[in-house]
Write a new protein. Structure first.
Length: 189
């Protein structure tokens, strides 16, 4: 009976360990695993995405702004001014209009999706307003059995400390140079 109890306990611990992605490991092992995971994800970004130079032949005009995307993409526009960009019927990115909350210490980071980890954050030059780029990895909630991750690049255009235009793309479908190119095509109307 004791052997059966021990086997059941070990099985339960193993299932929890696998389901939580190794969260039971000590901090140094977790950090080492996290760093290895980041390196693999960064390498996979470079391997998956074709480093092609897309031409932005399709201009989208909304009530308040315009932005250009590649000709072979489609988009969906919501009444709020939100856009979703699609390539071969797969959502590859979008654009949200968000309020800027000056009473929060870092209003941009507050807009990032749940279950995401920042890889890099930097200010960008050459835009009509203050711009910040954030590269991140997103993962499903811990309760999910899915352990896949996705790499995203967010470009935040901060207009007059009142509004943030959040332009974001999954790097599986488009490289960083073309993301910057699309973001730079953004113009206020």
């Amino acid at each position: 009976m004791r052997k059966l109890f021990l086997i059941v306990c070990i099985t339960i611990v193993y299932i929890h360990l696998v389901a939580c992605g190794g969260e039971f490991l000590n901090n140094s092992s977790t950090e080492q695993t996290k760093n290895t995971k980041d390196n693999v994800n960064v390498k996979s970004i470079k391997a998956i995405v074709e480093q092609s130079d897309s031409t932005l032949e399709q201009e989208i005009k909304t009530k308040s702004y315009s932005i250009s995307i590649p000709k072979d993409w489609s988009y969906e526009e919501l009444e709020t001014g939100t856009l979703y960009f699609k390539k071969n019927d797969k959502e590859v990115g979008g654009l949200y209009i968000q309020p800027y909350y000056s009473d929060i210490s870092d209003p941009v980071k507050e807009l990032l999706p749940n279950h995401s980890e920042i890889i890099e954050s930097k200010k960008l030059d050459g835009f009509f307003t203050e711009a910040q780029e954030i590269k991140l990895i997103t993962s499903p909630p811990a309760a999910s059995t899915d352990v896949s991750t996705e790499n995203w690049i967010y470009i935040f255009l901060i207009k007059d400390k009142t509004t943030i235009y959040e332009i974001f793309f999954n790097t599986k479908y488009i490289d960083e140079n073309n993301i910057i190119k699309i973001a730079k095509s953004f113009k206020m109307i």
